[in-house]
Design a protein around this ligand. Structure first.
Ligand code: NAD
Length: 340
């Protein structure tokens, strides 16, 4: 356990069990140099306790890197709830989780993530002020995440083609959920041609109808001929298999942990595919919940989110100058801020 903690430079790992509420939860706080740790709460099935711990640590570290490069006054943290195996009282579970968050006295601020919803955060907000993004505060991160991805796509297009205009560009979006749908809307307004894929056919229908998108079979998504490929569904989608299929110039999407392994960033670089590091391009949601929690104005939040484009341009230039993948440059820039 301490090896794992040491390797990730994690500062705190907390466990909570509340039998009555069927709560088994972990909060990992990675680094608080820049401010209190902020990161979502995931509630999913885990194969083992060890898998849950590993996930919490990896995600908390990712949040520190994301906050450092987004320049928000937050550290990195993440919570994981092991989804109860039997039927459970959702409100009681999240209130018990809220008490756990509260016991940390503000060193960790929670938010939504996979498997949790704004309604769950409403329950959390009943017992602790250390939550951002509920129906109560109205801080929905997804539209801002989509705006940041758009800013990042424009930066990538400028770097690749010398022109940030997306009109007429073919953009393939995998996953049209909260972020993917909002992104499709923004891209439609920009005049991009949309290819979309989702395992939920209703969502695909909706985007086809609303924005004239063309559907792609999920199994063939990574073969899609496009300018920009936008993974907005799952992680680890850039892997040994999909790398042989890609037919795009740029990868720029919202999904967390898109590279299955760090070496896949190097392979993309060698193949001349420009990759916008995920935790940089998808930071709009973090900016929203962080600055929203600090009562900053919507226009300040939008301006900072739009700044993701500038950060990426700088990163792409540096990567090109050093002949290194942008994913490596991003890690180094974040580590320079966090550890030096
Ligand atoms: P979501 O669950 O609303 O949407 C994900 C969509 O992907 C769903 O519609 C799902 O059906 C689809 N999907 C799943 N597997 C698929 C497959 N194999 N092929 C095609 N589609 C598939 O989630 P979201 O909130 O939109 O987040 C999307 C991604 O962005 C996630 O990886 C998330 O971690 C990341 N992210 C989200 C935010 C945010 O503000 N919501 C912020 C940062 C990062």
């Amino acid at each position: 356990m301490f090896d794992k903690i040491g390797q990730a430079h994690l500062s705190e790992l907390h466990f909570k069990s509340d039998e009555a509420a069927q709560l088994q939860a972990i909060i990992a706080i990675h680094n608080t140099k820049l401010g209190p740790a902020l990161g979502g709460c995931r509630c999913i099935d885990y194969a083992s306790d060890d898998a849950a711990i590993t996930d919490a640590i990896r995600l908390a570290r990712g949040m520190s890197y994301k906050a450092a490069l987004a320049k928000v006054p937050q550290g990195g943290g993440k919570a994981v709830i092991l989804k109860p195996k039997q039927a459970f009282d959702r409100a009681a579970l999240y209130r018990a989780f809220g008490k756990f968050v509260n016991e940390l006295g503000g060193r960790y601020i929670t938010a939504v993530d996979s498997g949790t919803h704004l309604d769950d955060m409403d329950e959390v907000a009943r017992v602790t002020p250390y939550v951002s993004g509920s129906n109560i505060d109205g801080l929905d991160p997804s539209p801002m995440t989509a705006l940041g991805v758009l800013a990042g796509m424009k930066a990538a297009a400028f770097h690749r083609y010398g022109n940030a205009d997306l009109a007429g560009r073919i953009v393939a979006i995998q996953g049209v959920g909260n972020v993917g749908f909002a992104l499709a809307e923004l891209l439609h307004k920009e005049g991009a041609r949309l290819l979309v894929s989702d395992i939920d056919p209703q969502k695909v229908e909706q985007v086809k109808r609303a924005f004239g998108a063309e559907a792609v079979n999920p199994e063939h998504f990574f073969h899609a001929h496009c300018h920009i490929l936008a993974p907005c569904g799952l992680g680890a989608v850039i892997n040994d298999t999909t790398l042989t299929q890609l037919d795009c110039d740029i990868i720029a999407g919202s999904a967390n942990n898109q590279l299955a392994e760090a070496r896949h960033g190097q392979i993309l670089h060698e193949r001349g595919i420009l990759y916008a590091p995920d935790y940089v391009i998808n930071a709009g949601g973090l900016i929203k919940v962080s600055l929203g929690h600090l009562q900053r104005s919507e226009s300040a939040i939008r301006t900072k989110t739009w700044g993701i484009g500038e950060t990426l341009l700088h990163m792409f230039d540096r990567a090109a100058a050093d002949n290194r993948p942008p994913s490596q440059v991003a890690d180094q820039m974040a580590e320079d801020i966090l550890y030096h």
